[in-house]
Design a protein. Structure first.
Length: 347
């Protein structure tokens, strides 16, 4: 049995960010993750300007393509806003994962290739039982194991959703085509949104968000402008999916267990700021562990995620309502309002 200050369950970007934060604060950290190699995930891959300094303070500088702002399009309407808080960056998830893994190893983070089956907590710490037969002892455990977190579920922190509540899913694929804009482009259709994120000088990521019945090819074909740009472009990755959204939790901490990233609850990918939010949560989680006050994480989590919860909740409510197709036309008539929302989410 090995002792650590922090056990991180989940080796995605937010989990590794938490482990790096721990090491930079002088704490020992182990990441328990069953998958090997670079971990990919269906997502928009746009790092908001606020995420860049969060990565820099960790000593992580992934390569990608600068993003100047966001454009929303629907039919003949369009509205754009340039980030006022700096540039964002389109980064392949595998590139981001590799950069974080290298930095983690450089700082002495230990990696265990296994899954966590059960967690037993005591007054002074907890023990995680792993699928490889080992037990890992630690003072605290950070659950960063994604939307369908087994740790959050076992801790009784997952909130059941009404069966009548609409659920959404994401589908993503990359294409070999030179980006035609320095902006993230979001196309609204009657039932789905399509996100175009430049991730290199010769590649774009295409992410479709919508109900379970959403067809990737049919959605692209319904947008002539986009279909024309992607016509003949060779796929640069396998098509992958994510969801369902939302995934909600009743609390973000229980005893010595703290939830970060998607495991702590996720409203929707519609605003594209999940990573910035996850990095911020990882930082405040470690701050609460350093002060030996895990219960204070609940208030800190609410503080750093407030804008996301309010603005994303409002936007998804509008997107699921009869006014859905009026969102972009209204934003184009009130560009200053659109700019305020973009800047608030990007900072």
């Amino acid at each position: 049995m090995t002792d650590y200050d922090v056990i991180v369950v989940g080796g995605g970007p937010v989990g590794m960010a938490a482990a790096i934060e721990a090491r930079l604060s002088g704490l020992s950290a182990v990441v328990v993750e069953p998958r090997s190699g670079a971990i990919d995930k269906a997502c928009g891959e746009g790092l908001m300007p606020g995420a860049i300094p969060l990565l820099a303070r960790l000593g992580v500088y992934p390569t990608g393509r600068d993003l100047a702002g966001v454009t929303y399009r629907s039919g003949g309407h369009a509205v754009s806003h340039r980030f006022s808080s700096g540039v964002g960056k389109g980064v392949r998830r595998t590139e981001l994962h590799g950069s974080l893994r290298s930095r983690s190893e450089e700082l002495g983070v230990v990696f265990v290739e296994a899954s966590v089956g059960s967690v037993r907590e005591s007054e002074s710490g907890l023990a995680a039982s792993c699928s490889n037969g080992t037990n890992i002892q630690g003072r605290y455990l950070i659950a960063a194991d994604g939307l369908h977190s087994s740790i959050a579920k076992a801790a009784g922190l997952v909130k059941a959703l009404s069966p009548r509540r609409s659920k959404r899913f994401g589908i993503r694929q990359h294409f070999h085509v030179a980006p035609w804009s320095e902006f993230i482009e979001v196309f609204y259709t009657k039932t789905a949104e399509v996100y175009i994120t430049p991730v290199s000088e010769d590649q774009v990521g295409v992410a479709v968000l919508g109900p379970k019945s959403t067809d990737f090819d049919e959605t692209i074909a319904s947008i002539p402008e986009l279909a024309g740009r992607l016509e003949g472009a060779a796929p640069a990755s396998q098509r992958s999916g994510a969801g369902s959204f939302p995934q909600l939790t009743t609390a973000r901490t229980k005893g010595r267990i703290l939830l970060v990233g998607d495991a702590s609850g996720y409203v929707d990918a519609i605003t594209g700021e999940g990573l910035r939010l996850g990095f911020a949560q990882a930082r405040v989680a470690i701050e609460c562990i350093l002060s030996d006050k895990p219960a204070s994480y609940e208030r800190a989590w609410r503080r750093v995620s407030r804008d996301f919860r309010v603005l994303t909740g409002g936007l998804i409510s509008a997107a699921n309502s009869p006014i859905r197709m009026a969102i972009v036309p209204l934003a184009s008539r009130l560009p200053w309002v659109f700019g305020l929302v973009v800047n608030r989410l990007a900072r």
